[in-house]
Design a protein around this ligand. Sequence first.
Ligand SMILES: Nc1nc2c(c(=O)[nH]1)N[C@H]1C(S)=C(S)[C@@H](COP(=O)(O)O)O[C@H]1N2
Ligand SMILES: [Mo]
Length: 388
Amino acid sequence: MIRRPRVPAPEDFTAPSHSPLVTARLGLWLGVAFGLCFGTGLLSHYIQHPPGWFTWPTRPVNLYRVTQGVHVLSGVAAIPLLLAKLWSVYPRLFVRPPVRQPIRLSAHALERISVLVLVCAAFFELVTGLFNVAQSYPWGFFFPTAHYAVAWLVVGAMLLHVAVKLPVARAALSTPLRSRRAVRATTPGADDRDSSARRAFLRTSAGVAGIAVLATAGVTVPWLRRVSPLAWRSASGPQGVPINRTAAAARIAVPPDWRLEIVWPGGRDSLSLADLAALPQRTAELPIACVEGWSASAHWTGVPVVALLRRAGAPTGRPVRVTSLETDGLYAASTLPAVHARDPLTLLALRINGEQLSPDHGYPCRLIAPSRPGVLQTKWVARLEVLR
Ligand SMILES: Nc1nc2c(c(=O)[nH]1)N[C@H]1C(S)=C(S)[C@@H](COP(=O)(O)O)O[C@H]1N2
Ligand SMILES: [Mo]
């Protein structure tokens, strides 16, 4: 006769890593990681799609580099923490019956559904984020839109989850000391073993998260480069800076009679590359800080956008649309908000680290502005348009 195997019960899982204390501690850390990730992600979204009330400062020049670095690294840290937390609650999958009596169905079922949504949405965010970092998009949807929308799902489900679990978590986080004393009084040694096993599990989880961060942080923290074997971009690249999209990929052909066009309500001007090079040049150390989390600083030399506008007689203190020679790219144009357009460090750069811009870095000229996502640092610029 074949006997069906018995479905395990939560009591079958006796490892200390399955204790509420471990779950609560990991939940706390995961809450911090998700909070940082969401806050910095929201900033990045608003910088790229600014609502009327939003302004992003131009100083410190590395501000976006830091917030986006935190975004990607807190996401990296969340991966091992989420796995550890799922491990700690995994016996709960075997709670029978899976759905309680009709009388309590609604609250209980809602809580379970919210956990399912939370786990699925969190995995979606972490996995799509990792793929974005690898610049791989093996799916049909547009990554930024989906990643942004699902982030709200994670936050909503997480707030609900925290609200439901707060009493349990608070009790778990505050009892260990008292209960340890009580248990030690009855069975000497027993609780010590459990608590050191719990601590070991928590320490291992935190350690793995720390190693994951260190292994990738070199992508944006220069002095960590040597200890970050998994950093997906290095400082190297032509002229000392990595390249995201090459001139060939963007099908850029610079016409021999290339001129920079400047357009504003009521006027226009145009300059050749020689004209631009003959104007007073400014050199500034500014980073390219990609939304993917990598960043690299360089010394850029060129003409401040505000100086170009003044010289042409165009109004300053307004947003400026920057358009490239690229015809079909998603990042073929960007808009400088007024604060960035009038900042003297916002350059139309002709040179990088003392050399003429290579075609891949944006020859004949590119935008480079302080505290701005790489995706908005338009290369192969052809036109500046002062908006109303
Ligand atoms: N015209 C144009 N400009 C562009 C892009 C692009 O695809 N087209 N990519 C942007 C992105 S995503 C980044 S991170 C930076 C990278 O600049 P780099 O290749 O010189 O390092 O350029 C930005 N400027
Ligand atoms: Mo980028």
